[in-house]
Design a protein. Structure first.
Length: 269
């Protein structure tokens, strides 16, 4: 069980030379593992699991939080190895991937189609190694701000993650403060910029071998996570359910519906 503070439980072994920060909540079966996005963290994926039955395993990929790995370059094969290590250790049969985490999850099921019974891919990243310019600029801005060590610069780099309507609300200020504290305390590995030197999934047709159930969630108007990427991915996965929201910042504007949609899919018999 997670400690009362909600802080990660500690570091667990991944691939050789890799240590991954992990937080476990809930109890019983089934077990679901949650994979965050680029420059994201455990706290950012926890809302997606709030209604999910059973044990929920959250972790930080290499280069995030207190997770550590040998120097890069790194690839999505490496991220898939992180995800696999956490899933195998916990006995997870279900998985949720956000953005970069969705790419890592796709790489894992392309390599091992039978690994999960159910998966959720939220705002999936492109699998072909070609990123939207806004995504490239976001990472460069974050890495530079974190490297500076100046909280004010980190705050300015993180602010675009929030919709304008949330910036001056208590929840928005709390989110911003938490993100700045986490990034300034733990840093962000520069090697993360090497991930897109090759496709996340070299042969996308391999996804057709997946025999579990998949839910793909995208949204219109997100320059970092274009809706056509979600639509294409849903077409690659046999029988996938696709839902596209009509505006971005889904975790802020449609949080209740998103949580219910994810939990209903994962909790179904």
């Amino acid at each position: 069980m997670a400690p009362a503070s909600g802080r990660p439980d500690g570091l667990v072994a991944g691939d050789p030379g890799v240590l991954l920060e992990e937080l476990v909540t809930g109890a019983g079966e089934p077990v679901t593992v949650f994979a965050h996005g680029l420059a994201g963290d455990i706290s950012g994926t926890r809302p997606l699991g709030s209604g999910v039955a059973g044990r929920r395993v959250f972790f930080h990929f290499r280069g995030h939080g207190r997770s550590a790995a040998p120097p890069g370059p790194w690839s999505f094969a490496d991220l898939a190895g992180d995800l696999r290590a956490v899933a195998d250790r916990s006995g997870a049969t279900r998985a949720v991937g956000v953005s970069m985490g969705a790419g890592a999850l796709c790489r894992l099921i392309a390599d091992t189609p039978e690994r999960f019974e159910r998966i959720v891919l939220f705002l999936p990243a492109p699998l072909d190694g070609v990123r939207p310019p806004r995504a490239e600029a976001r990472l460069a801005r974050l890495l530079a701000a974190v490297e500076s060590g100046e909280a004010a610069l980190v705050a300015r780099a993180v602010e675009p993650e929030l919709p304008p309507s949330a910036l001056n609300t208590p929840s928005g200020r709390s989110h911003l403060r938490q993100r700045v504290e986490q990034l300034t305390a733990d840093g962000l590995a520069r090697e993360l910029g090497t991930l897109w030197r090759e496709p996340a999934v070299p042969d996308e047709s391999a996804l057709a071998a997946f025999r579990g159930r998949a839910l793909v969630i995208g949204c219109v108007g997100d320059d970092v996570h274009p809706a056509p990427v979600a639509e294409r991915l849903a077409g690659l996965l046999p029988g996938a359910v696709l839902h596209v929201y009509d505006r971005p910042a889904v975790l802020w504007t449609q949080r209740k519906d998103l949580r219910e949609r994810v939990s209903a899919f994962l909790n179904a018999a």
